[in-house]
Design a protein around this ligand. Structure first.
Ligand code: SF4
Length: 575
């Protein structure tokens, strides 16, 4: 029998993206944290547990030694929704196989990879389960498998799910692993689980494979946040659940008391947190229980940080598609839910919540507290040309009636075994590829762009944008949070730093911004001309007449609102 105290373990994070769980950097999913906690609980000393992301193994090949030499190598990964990512590149099947071949010790694979592996993480694909040459594949919860495998001297385990007591313990005991993440501490956001499973059974979704919802009581989630914040985490997203409003209730109806305990508890143990966002909210909950939902949404908006998004899975506004795929919300119901979230949470810091939703010239220049996002999925059973028109009309109506959406997510279906879509597969999605492309472009141009201008008008300040990459002479970055806006800044600035940015212009899903406040005594021509209303000649005048003692000194003789963007700092050495 192998003594757990002597074991060395390496965890490799190939990243996950599930309908209600995200773990591509800057996010860290629950899997590596819980697996680490399960190891500690089974008797493995913390200092013998090593954690690497797949990107670190690519960038620093010496670390493959840890894969080779560990007594136990655990691979965590799996993408069950399609996506493209800026912060990291998920492990490819060939890389996962190489991990298994490299490992000299016992190898275990787990996470959503158990649902299947596609050739690529893209829409309109079919998947199948593969063992990719690992000794063991966890078909239940990987953290339970990790625990039992160690407890059984690496001989084997029974596939099982973990219970609430275990997850509560493991979540706290495994929090230390975040320190080994390459993004720790400043550019890391911890995904928090409040429940798994779903009361509904949409045809394409892997979440019902976890059964009906089971909730983690508030003290266990709060205890986990406490532990994570002791290890330096300042950014959190409550994203691992199908419906945040249903938290702590009977599975469907909201329980505002539980939400209050959760949110206020988190604020108490992590008073210095910088981000508190959520992910999924089911619009049908809002429509069926409007008063409790309004209360729950108010509680969230009172405790979260601005720019938060409640992603609504409308998936299709076409009743035929809704019927054939067992979708639970109609376009009319979803519209009502959009309206309610706007009314209760579409206010901006510095204004009276009763005024929500606000936009236009008088609104404070901050992002609203919480807005709905809309997920639309194409290639579902029954889809026809009219489906595309109905979806577009729904989005147009939201805009025309004066509400805001924080983002519109349009995807094509991936088909997984065990879901109702597995018979249809990617057939419809492939047939409609051209139609899909045309429609997506139309939505981006006609709806996303004006909507973004409504949500984040020129002058809106986005604090702490992390600068991530350079492209075409510009620097791109995002805030930490749920579905952050991509921000392009003129010029190539040092990466890895954060700057406050003021929005100056809008793309479809991204904005252009200038550092805020922009120093008139130091700003480049590119930065100055990015300010709305400042052309080349005005910017040239500003540069020629430097230095200024105050922004008003730079009298432009035009209508330009410089004060909303700029400041003046005395240049070093200037007299
Ligand atoms: S409501 Fe439908 S799409 Fe959302 S988690 Fe439940 S089954 Fe999945």
């Amino acid at each position: 029998m192998i003594d757990p105290e002597t074991l060395s373990v390496t965890i490799v994070d190939g990243y996950v993206d599930e309908p209600a769980h995200f773990g591509v950097p800057p996010y860290i999913s629950t899997y590596p944290r819980y697996a680490a906690g399960a190891l500690v609980d089974a008797g493995v000393p913390r200092e013998q547990i090593t954690y690497h992301t797949i990107d670190r193994l690519r960038d620093e090949p010496d670390y493959w030694r840890d894969v080779d030499e560990a007594d136990l190598m655990i691979y965590l990964g799996g993408m069950t929704v399609p996506g493209k990512y800026v912060g990291g590149t998920p492990a490819e099947p060939d890389e996962v196989r190489k991990l298994a071949w490299t490992a000299n010790g016992t190898s275990l694979m787990g996470g959503p990879v158990k649902f299947g592996v596609g050739d690529e993480n893209a829409g309109a694909t079919e998947t199948e389960r593969q063992d990719l040459d690992f000794d063991f594949v966890a078909k239940g919860d990987v953290e339970a498998a990790v625990h039992d495998l160690v407890a059984n001297g690496l001989e084997g385990f029974n596939n099982r799910m973990r219970d609430i007591d275990e997850v509560s313990r493991w979540a706290q005991e495994g929090a230390f692993i975040v320190e080994q993440h390459p993004n720790h501490p400043d550019h890391l956001i911890a995904e928090l689980e409040t429940s798994r499973g779903c009361a509904y059974r949409c045809s394409f979704c892997t979440e019902p494979l976890y059964g009906n919802p089971s909730f983690r009581p508030p003290p266990t989630v709060v205890g986990e946040v406490d532990a994570l914040s002791d290890f330096g985490v300042k950014h959190f997203r409550i994203g691992r659940q199908a419906d945040i409003l249903a938290y702590g209730g009977d599975g469907e109806a909201p329980n505002p008391d539980a939400l209050r305990q959760l949110y206020s508890g988190i604020r108490e143990v992590a008073p210095d947190l910088e981000t508190l966002h959520l992910d999924n909210m089911n619009p049908i909950t809002i429509v069926n229980w409007p008063e409790q939902s309004r209360e729950g949404i108010r509680i969230i908006a009172e405790h979260n940080t601005p720019g938060d998004t409640a992603a609504f899975g409308l998936e299709s506004a076409d009743p035929v598609v809704q019927e054939e795929n067992n979708l639970n919300v109609s376009a009319e119901e979803c519209f009502e839910a959009v309206k309610i979230v706007n009314e209760e949470a579409g206010w901006r810091p510095g204004e009276d919540p009763a005024d929500a939703p606000t936009f236009g010239d008088d609104a404070p220049r901050r992002l609203p507290k919480l807005l709905p996002g809309i997920n639309l999925l194409h290639g579902l059973k029954g889809e026809r040309e009219e489906t595309y028109e109905r979806n577009r009309e729904f989005l147009q109506r939201v805009y025309d009636e004066g509400y805001m959406l924080r983002r519109i997510n349009i995807r094509q279906v991936m088909s997984f075994d065990g879901t109702d879509m597995s018979d249809t597969g990617a057939e419809i999605a492939n047939e409609h590829k051209q139609l899909f492309k045309r429609y997506k472009k139309q939505v981006r141009e006609e709806i996303d762009n004006p909507m973004l201008e409504r949500v984040a008008p020129p002058g809106t300040v986005l604090p702490d944008v992390h600068l991530e990459y350079h492209q075409d002479g510009r620097t791109f970055g995002r805030q930490l949070g749920t579905y952050p806006l991509l921000v392009g800044i003129p010029g190539e600035r040092e990466l890895g730093r954060t700057v406050d940015v003021a929005v100056v212009d809008h793309g479809y899903r991204s904005v252009t911004g200038v550092p805020y406040p922009l120093d008139l005594n130091a700003a480049s021509m590119d930065e100055l001309t990015a300010i709305p209303g400042v052309g080349d000649s005005t910017a040239g005048d500003i540069v020629v007449n430097r230095p200024y003692e105050s922004v008003t000194d730079a009298d432009l003789g035009t209508e330009v609102d410089l004060e909303g963007f700029a400041t003046t700092r005395v240049l070093e050495g200037a007299d």
